[in-house]
Design a protein around this ligand. Structure first.
Ligand code: BGC
Length: 420
């Protein structure tokens, strides 16, 4: 299936790929560092229980059974190889890059700024500028300095000023290079994994604390938005929201009611409370949830390596609904899949682009599309076996290899890039 000849995207559309510091840089020291080492053995031993049912099991078995899989260590080596990576991004015809600034590097001890780290990200920004790549900068992408986590992290209201001081530092140091800012990545996922399921540090299971953290993330977003706007109106700010498309599988009363409630709670609770302090809405879309009765029951026709149901075309409905409700410009800040053999990424991207085009036809103001991820990377509690990269990384040699779907994406972008 080729892209229809009539499709044209606006010239200023942002085409990008994303990463987060801890997942790609390597040698980070934050509250995940000790956690990974503590968990690794157990995670490896539990691999058959977690992943045994997956279609990908035979091919991931060896890696998923090794403790080293669950330790980020040198990750994708991006901290030292970023120039090579950004050149690859550019070569793929992309003009935008989303990344996070690792707070634990800038402020390894409370109140002490590391000049070398500050310089590193300055060089990074300068290099992006040199290549004419637009940065989308995330301030908090799931990792915290140890000292901040030890004080209770985002569970304590009084700690927020410390994060806001970091945000101010980033604005002071790099403001002129910046335009698009993501304060917090996926608050609902962070809270679910860290404070309800206990899969991520701090490994807590408490509804009360989960709620507190969510409230505090909302509060800190609002405050940072003010700081950003006081700095310059040119700067645009949002959270990156994890949004799934929730839809009823039948017409039963219970199905429709619970699908509405699930949608409201998981997709709109935080969004609705931060929309007024956001200039645009960052949307991370990966999957849909079909509801029967009060349960999720997906068609599961085609599954990614992680067992996620692949319905990329539903992105259109996600965008339509967000636009209808909030009337704010939208940016897809993440979208992608774990697909080591690269058998699905190609059609996924085609259907995604078609869905975006249709949504724009429906009237949605869509700023851009950022694929997750530029590189294979460390997928949190799952470790490094899931392969999300447009570019594959050989973890032994750290060699990069552009996947065929990424080349296909580059060809599509070239073809549909408008002249207006
Ligand atoms: C996160 C990424 C993660 C991706 C794939 C998102 O929830 O922001 O850090 O790698 O999904 O699971």
């Amino acid at each position: 299936m080729g892209m229809a000849n009539t499709i044209r995207f606006p010239k200023k559309f942002l085409w990008g790929a994303g990463v987060s510091a801890h997942q790609v840089e390597g040698d980070t020291h934050n509250q995940w560092t000790a956690w990974e080492l503590e968990q690794a053995k157990a995670r490896a031993a539990q691999a058959p229980y977690h992943y045994g049912e997956l279609e990908s099991w035979p091919s991931i078995k060896a890696l998923a059974g090794q403790p080293a899989n669950y330790v980020s260590a040198r990750a994708s080596g991006h901290y030292t190889r970023y120039k090579e990576d950004l050149k690859l991004l550019k070569k793929l015809g992309l003009n935008t890059f989303r990344f996070s600034i690792e707070w634990s590097r800038l402020e390894p001890e409370e109140g002490k700024w590391d000049e070398a780290a500050i310089e590193h990200y300055r060089d990074y920004f300068a290099y992006l500028k040199q290549l004419d790549i637009t940065p989308v900068v995330t301030l908090f992408h799931f990792t915290l300095p140890e000292w901040f986590a030890n004080k209770g992290g985002f569970a304590k209201r009084r700690n927020l000023v410390l994060f806001e001081r970091f945000a101010t530092k980033v604005l002071d140091e790099y403001g002129p290079y910046m335009k698009w800012i993501i304060t917090v990545n996926e608050p609902t996922v962070y809270v679910r994994e860290g404070y309800l399921n206990g899969n991520w540090p701090p490994g807590v299971s408490s509804k009360w604390q989960a709620w507190r953290v969510l409230e505090n993330l909302v509060a800190t977003h609002r405050h940072i938005a003010k700081l950003v706007h006081a700095k310059s109106r040119r700067l645009k700010v949002s959270m990156a929201h994890h949004i799934s498309y929730v839809y009823p599988g039948d017409d039963a009363w219970l199905t429709r009611a619970s699908s509405g409630i699930i949608n409201q709670l998981t997709n709109h609770y935080v969004l609705a409370r931060t929309v007024r302090s956001s200039d645009f809405l960052g949307v991370n879309y990966y999957a849909s949830r079909r509801i029967y009765g009060y349960r999720v029951h997906n068609p599961d026709v085609r599954l990614s390596d992680m067992g996620w149901d692949m319905q990329p075309g539903d992105l259109r409905y996600v965008l339509d609904e967000l636009w209808d409700r909030y009337k704010k410009p939208l940016m897809i800040t993440e979208n992608g899949l774990a697909d080591a053999a690269d058998t699905h990424r190609g059609w996924w991207l085609q259907q995604t682009i078609a869905a975006m085009y249709e949504a724009m036809g429906d009237g949605v103001d869509l700023l851009g599309y950022i694929h997750w991820s530029l590189l294979d990377n460390f997928e949190w509690s799952h470790g490094r076996w899931p392969r999300f990269g447009l570019v594959a990384v050989d973890y032994k040699t750290l060699e990069r290899m552009v996947r065929p779907s990424a080349r296909a994406l580059a060809r599509i972008i070239k073809k549909i890039q408008g002249d207006r």
